[in-house]
Design a protein around this ligand. Structure first.
Ligand SMILES: Cc1ncc(COP(=O)(O)O)c(C=O)c1O
Length: 391
């Protein structure tokens, strides 16, 4: 559990490294973009996969009862959510789940609400499947990002709005929505017959005093109108195993989603993913606590560094995730120029703000799930580039 140790990812076809040329036009950038971590998975998970891999038969596999029970236990332990085993269904990833939900519960031309700036695939899953995006932009206030409920009330009153995809905790702004916010959002959607798909993939990566509160755990009424997506992939750095799950208390919704899973023949899943989930949820908590402490340290480091050296760059300290949303508006550059500058002058491969929506203008997303030395180097490079221009 030495997160300071730099792990060499070369030779693993890691997207974070291999896509640099394609995305940034050069390999000469420190890759701090796509949301995975540069840390080894918990040793228990590694051993579990090794053990399974040692049996040289990799045919179709089923998920055993232990898979579902470990999810039930994890939700109870980490999120105080009493989930019934029957509510849980395997899914081969959260983004595929969003697509299946869109196909199961909306028709072409229907509107789906998202709250930008938000995780770019939220746009794709709606547009690529012939549905229409209805934006309910977040408000960037001095105290942090907030939801615009008046606007949400107005847009959801329209009959063609059928679904809202919630990002909770929110990528990229790092908000952990509180009980009041969730209740208000949930009530507005319920009243207007707008189904909520709550993407809670970052639920385990919370930093502040306020714990993650699953939307569907708030009341039976909200539970009836919510499909919750979760996964061990962000938490334990096992996204390449493509294993997630949904929690759907409403039997009618669950059955329809299960039908989609059948229709696409995606139900077999990845056998290593199933084993990894069980192992991570059973034995991964000590590792997770250490990881969270390390990430908090990285976040603090960046916050302090920016405050001391480039206070004109605005950041709301994330309440969750290992992602930081940096506002470079004060540098007065166009987005294209800022992008080029970050790549060519600072030598950093970050996520380009406008891909998160028009609200991402002048922003870049920084992934701090890397060893402290790497983050220190990245910040030093950013400062040096900025000072050269400022001089
Ligand atoms: C909010 C959010 N949802 C979903 C995903 C991806 O989920 P999956 O790999 O299970 O499709 C990510 C990855 O960054 C994410 O940030």
């Amino acid at each position: 559990m030495n997160f300071d140790k730099i792990v060499d990812r070369s030779g693993t076809n890691a997207l974070k490294l291999e896509f640099r040329e394609r995305l940034f036009g050069t390999e000469e950038v420190i890759p701090l973009w796509v949301a995975d971590m540069d840390f080894k998975a918990p040793q228990e998970v590694v051993e579990t996969i090794r053990k399974r891999a040692a049996h040289p038969l990799y045919g179709y596999t089923n998920r055993d009862e232990d898979f579902f029970q470990s999810i039930v236990k994890w939700q109870k332990k980490r999120h105080l959510w009493h989930v019934s085993r029957d509510w849980v269904e395997f899914m081969p990833g959260v983004v595929p789940t969003l697509i299946m939900a869109i196909q199961a519960f909306t028709n072409e031309g229907d509107k789906v609400v998202i709250q930008p700036p938000v995780y770019p695939p939220f746009f794709d899953v709606v547009k690529d499947h012939g549905r229409v995006i209805e934006e309910n932009p977040l408000l960037d206030t001095k105290k942090g990002y907030r939801m615009d409920f008046e606007h949400l009330e107005r847009i959801t009153a329209s009959d063609d709005v059928k679904m809202l995809i919630l990002c909770h905790p929110h990528n990229p702004v790092g908000r952990v929505w509180n009980r009041e916010e969730l209740t208000r959002l949930g009530t507005i959607c319920q009243k207007n017959k707008v189904l909520i798909v709550s993407d809670e993939i970052h639920a385990d990566l919370v930093h502040g005093d306020q714990p993650h509160l699953p939307l569907a755990s708030i009341s039976p009424e909200l539970a009836e109108n919510t499909i919750t997506c979760m996964a061990p992939s962000k938490t334990f750095n096992i996204a390449g195993l493509n294993t997630s799950y949904v929690i759907v208390p409403n039997e009618r919704l669950r059955k329809r989603l299960q039908q989609k899973l059948q229709a696409y023949h995606l139900f077999t899943g990845n056998m290593f993913g199933a084993e990894a989930l069980k192992s991570a949820y059973k034995d991964g908590e000590v590792w997770l606590e250490a990881l969270l402490e390390y990430i908090r340290g990285n976040i603090e480091y960046v916050m302090d560094f920016v405050e001391q050296n480039m206070p004109e760059v605005r950041i709301h300290k994330p309440e969750a995730t290992y992602l930081m949303w940096l506002d470079f508006s004060a540098w007065g550059m166009s987005d294209a120029k800022l992008r080029k500058f970050i790549i060519e002058e600072a030598g950093l491969g970050l996520n380009y703000g406008p891909t998160f929506g028009t609200q991402g203008k002048n922003f870049q997303r920084l992934n701090v799930a890397s060893s402290r030395k790497v983050i220190e180097k990245a910040m030093a490079q950013l400062l040096e580039a900025r000072n050269q221009v400022a001089r």
